[in-house]
Ligand binder design. Structure first.
Ligand code: NAP
Length: 287
């Protein structure tokens, strides 16, 4: 069997960013200010600091305005809530992202839950997650799942009527990916750590999405011949190299299309964060 199509997430993210640049220009061309993304960093986790910097740079590169609100890792819950409340109230802010995880003194769910849903560019507030779970895509939706759907569509895979297996049921990835696939009329099975005979469930899938957090967890012979495989996992191996949740070399000889790690889902996540910021600005300013 020939090798599969490797879906180029880096190139597709560039396409998304070009679409966004054109949209941002429609704001500034009419004298309005560019959409504004506010990112809150309240931990001293080095990976979080890198992600926040990347997001700020990516926003600037498409012409958005971005501000970073860096708080001390021992900031009190009251002070963090006050920062989020101020961003909610600020009419100049279109999108709010609170970088997770938060230090232990904070109640993550409570902080996420207080973000104004119209500015919730991560799509994680109960209101936006609830809308999506009910089949309503009018709210802001999580970035990584949106990126996964765009990658599947770009591969030419028909979602309608396909059997889809999603490994993982997190609020950030697994559940919303399953919701989006179901909304597009796939027949969806969501798997997790208690799923029996996971390999057999995967082998039925025309579309297989892995969001587990374990390097090379999905074996090549779990992939149905011709299937489209989306690898969300980001795992660092002993040499510090990034690896996905799928054994890429073994899977690509069976898959019809497959995303690599890196340069697969990762760049799409950031592109859809920017896209959500533009969407939030369009909707808020139309009101
Ligand atoms: P998570 O919250 O830890 O969820 C992992 C899921 O995998 C859980 O639902 C868990 O099941 C399931 N799981 C764990 N072990 C399993 C097993 N042996 N068999 C079947 N299912 C198993 O992680 P996440 O936030 O969804 O992220 C998943 C991966 O994606 C991570 O590597 C993360 O770094 C990566 N990620 C990448 C991007 C990107 O932009 N590329 C964005 C977000 C996340 P239970 O629910 O039963 O525990």
């Amino acid at each position: 069997m020939p090798d599969s199509q490797v879906i180029d997430g880096k190139a597709l993210a560039e396409t998304v960013r070009n679409e966004l640049r054109a949209k941002v220009e429609t704001f500034t061309a009419f004298g309005r200010s560019a959409p504004h993304l506010a990112v809150v960093l309240a931990s001293d986790d080095p990976a979080s600091a890198v992600y926040v910097r990347m997001k700020g740079k990516a926003a600037d590169a498409v012409g958005l305005r971005s501000t970073q609100h860096t708080l001390s890792p021992d900031t009190s819950p009251e002070d963090l809530r006050a920062v989020v409340a101020a961003l909610n109230d600020d009419p100049d802010v279109d999108g709010i992202l609170v970088q997770l995880p938060l230090p232990d003194q904070h109640d993550e769910e409570a902080i996420i839950g207080m973000i104004d849903p119209s500015k919730d560019v991560d799509g994680l507030t109960p209101i936006n997650a609830g809308r999506l779970a009910r089949g309503d895509e009018s709210g802001l939706m999580p970035c990584t799942p949106l990126g996964c759907i765009r990658l599947i569509e770009a591969s030419g895979t028909e979602i309608r009527g396909a059997r889809a297996t999603v490994i993982g049921r997190s609020r950030l990835v697994g559940r919303p990916v399953a919701d989006l696939l179901l909304n597009r009329h796939a027949t969806v099975t969501t798997c997790h750590s208690r799923t029996r005979d996971l390999a057999a469930v995967c082998r039925e899938a025309d579309i297989l999405v892995a969001a587990v957090g374990r390097a090379k967890f999905v074996q090549g012979d779990w992939v149905k011949p011709g299937a489209t495989v989306i690898d969300v996992g980001i795992n660092r191996n002993a040499e510090g190299k990034l690896e996905g949740d799928v054994d890429f070399d073994a899977a690509r000889v069976r898959a019809g299309a497959i995303t690599p790690v890196p340069k697969g889902v990762g760049p799409m996540t950031i592109a859809y964060l920017l896209s959500n910021t533009v969407t939030a600005a369009q909707r808020r300013r139309a009101q």
